[in-house]
Write a protein that binds this ligand. Structure first.
Ligand code: HEC
Length: 248
């Protein structure tokens, strides 16, 4: 079950990888403390944590700041695309003092009551602001690879629909009223309406995504099938890969 849920989640970048790695760091740290062996494992956990802070700060800058502070826009004269440019500051001078969050305008402007306030029309969460604080306190290290990764187009891989997700979002009655096609999850079920028990005549997987629409249509004569004999087929529209039809 959890396997299916995992594969159903959008896999974006290696975010899934980052979590087990961080988890491992914490396990090492607590094992170190428990056995008094401390230093080496704690040190590795600290460096994992600080590189995670840096990568997190890069993602935050990309998601919330770079649209206005890049080489074309540089609002307030400030560009945040490299460490050098961030250190150079804006129209009013330095905004980033490595190791000194409280002296860094870049942190101050994030506070709710700050004027100017950044980002101008959004309020970053306390956790996000803490992340920026930790990053500046750690010397505002830069991670160009993490920044490039944040800005790269992300691959989205769809997994199978979980078995427990079987909503009925589409149904269609055949033109002669004798069949009803039901989209249930990513499957199509055809029932016989002429029969009091609504006998199930067909159950088939339609495509990977949930069936969102269904229609009966005249069937193509090159597809001899049981449905062709009846003159109709149940077809479903698939937004991603085009439409498929179920011969009957
Ligand atoms: C929608 C555009 C936009 C976004 C997004 C944005 N800014 Fe700004 N930023 C501005 C503008 C415009 C100014 C100039 C404001 C002023 O001087 O009154 C500015 C000014 C600043 C300044 C002051 C520069 C100076 O020297 O006076 C800092 C620091 C700053 N932004 C940091 C950030 C950070 C950090 C983020 C992301 C959390 C961010 N900004 C997101 C538009 C934006």
């Amino acid at each position: 079950m959890s396997e299916q849920v995992n594969s159903w989640l959008l896999r974006v970048g290696n975010a899934r990888l980052a979590i087990p790695l961080l988890g491992l760091g914490l396990v090492l740290a607590s094992a170190g403390m428990a056995f008094g062996a401390g230093t080496p494992s704690l040190r590795s956990s600290n460096s994992t944590r600080s590189s995670e802070t840096t990568a997190g700060a890069m993602r935050l800058l990309y998601a919330h700041c770079l649209s206005c502070h890049n080489s074309e826009k540089h609002k307030g004269g400030l560009q945040l695309i490299t460490r050098e440019l961030a250190l150079k500051g804006g129209e009013d001078g330095a905004v980033l003092v490595p190791g000194k969050p409280n002296e860094s305008l870049l942190l101050k402007v994030l506070a709710a009551d700050s004027d100017p306030h950044m980002p101008p029309k959004k309020q970053l969460s306390t956790n996000q602001i803490q992340l920026v604080r930790r990053w500046i306190a750690a010397g505002a290290p830069w991670d160009p690879a993490a920044l490039a990764k944040a800005s790269a187009p992300r691959e989205v891989v769809l997994g199978p629909v979980p078995d427990s997700y079987r909503p009925v979002l589409a149904l269609a009655l055949s033109p002669d009223g004798e069949r009803v096609a039901i989209g249930r999850g990513n499957r199509i079920l055809v029932h016989d309406t002429a029969n009091t028990n609504f006998t199930l005549l067909l159950e088939t997987e339609a495509h990977r995504d949930v069936v969102r629409s269904l229609a009966w249509s005249a069937v193509n004569s090159v597809r001899p099938s049981r449905l062709a004999q009846k003159g109709t087929s149940a077809a479903c529209a698939e937004p991603v890969t085009g439409s498929s039809s179920i011969p009957w």
